[in-house]
Design a protein around this ligand. Structure first.
Ligand code: CP
Ligand code: NVA
Length: 304
């Protein structure tokens, strides 16, 4: 199986959460089981990464396997070898491929031609490993996900899309506030609304941050300028004014924990005071990438 969208986890997410919980406890006790001894994960990064790269690499090492960092610049991919041929070749060497790409379609194409699992490590459309880890973090804190309220303030981007779809799948009340013109993609919102009818989730797409965060258990934000959007930075900085997660906004969500996938642009989408404050759980989020991805790898690579 591939993990391209958070929705690909529908049948396995509970199992992944339980396994992540178990692996986290064991790692804290210093017990590392080599469930993926001798397995190799190829990791292709078209864009920068700190958390995704390090957490996947450490995950493989702790599981007794090995991770290979590959940059398209140094691969024949960068000289015109096709994605399909790259997929066919890598499938002969490694047990899974993780890829961070600009175009979501490229990851879909890679998966179509790979005979090993392909994991999306972020595209322009989704960031499923991030969302899966974040739902795990929320579940750790609340003991459940169904009925919990998650408010997202900022850009209707890749992270927002995966949180939106995942919330719809898991019965979470998801409310987002974006500036006009920066809403999550209509097709994603429609899909989420359809899923919500079955799961009992509630989906709100708004423009008012105050309205979105009212009664929230979690307030989430992400950068205003994602990787690849640098040329729009000036306009975006203007358009997102008023969408900052700061102490004033949090007065409208007094019990909320604050989340950010990181990296943060401090002073823009989030203030220092909030990011370093009592309500912030951003470092727990970052840590849980490791535990959840270990569980994902064990599930996808089939264990020992
Ligand atoms: N949150 C996240 O994916 O971070 P990196 O870009 O550092 O991998
Ligand atoms: N939305 C951000 C997330 C980084 C992890 C980006 O795509 O750059």
């Amino acid at each position: 199986m591939h993990l391209i969208s958070i929705l690909d986890m529908e049948g396995i997410i509970e199992e992944v959460f339980s396994l992540a919980e178990e692996l986290k406890h064991r790692a804290k006790r210093g017990e590392l089981e080599e469930l993926l001894r001798g397995r190799t994960l190829a990791m292709i990064f078209e864009k920068a990464s700190t958390r995704t790269r390090v957490s996947f690499e450490v995950a493989m090492a702790q599981l007794g396997g090995h991770a290979l960092y590959l940059s398209p610049k140094d691969m024949q991919l960068g000289r015109g070898e096709t994605i399909a041929d790259t997929a066919r070749t890598l499938s002969r060497y490694v047990d899974a491929v993780m890829i961070r790409a600009y175009r979501h379609g490229d990851v879909v194409e890679l998966a179509r031609h790979a005979s090993v699992p392909v994991i999306n490590g972020l595209t322009d459309l989704e960031h499923p490993c991030q969302a899966a880890s974040d739902f795990f973090t929320m579940r750790e804190l609340k003991g459940r996900l169904r009925g919990v309220k998650l408010a997202y303030v900022g850009d209707g981007n890749n992270v927002c899309h995966s949180l939106l779809l995942g919330s719809a799948m898991l019965g979470i009340k998801f409310s987002c506030a974006t500036p006009p013109g920066y809403e999550p993609q209509e097709s994603i919102v429609e899909r989420a609304r359809a899923l919500a009818e079955e799961s009992g989730a509630e989906i709100e797409v708004l423009h008012s941050p105050r309205e979105a965060v009212a009664g929230a258990d979690f307030v989430y934000t992400d950068v205003w300028v994602s990787m690849g959007q640098e040329s729009e930075a000036e306009r975006r900085m203007r358009d997102f004014r008023g969408y900052q997660v700061n102490s004033e906004l949090l007065r409208h969500a007094p019990r909320a924990k604050v989340m950010h996938c990181l990296p943060a642009k401090r002073g823009y989408e989030i203030t220092d005071e909030v990011m370093d404050g009592e309500a912030s759980i951003v470092w727990e989020q970052a840590e849980n990438r490791l535990h959840v991805q270990k569980a994902i790898l064990v599930r996808l690579l089939g264990g020992g």
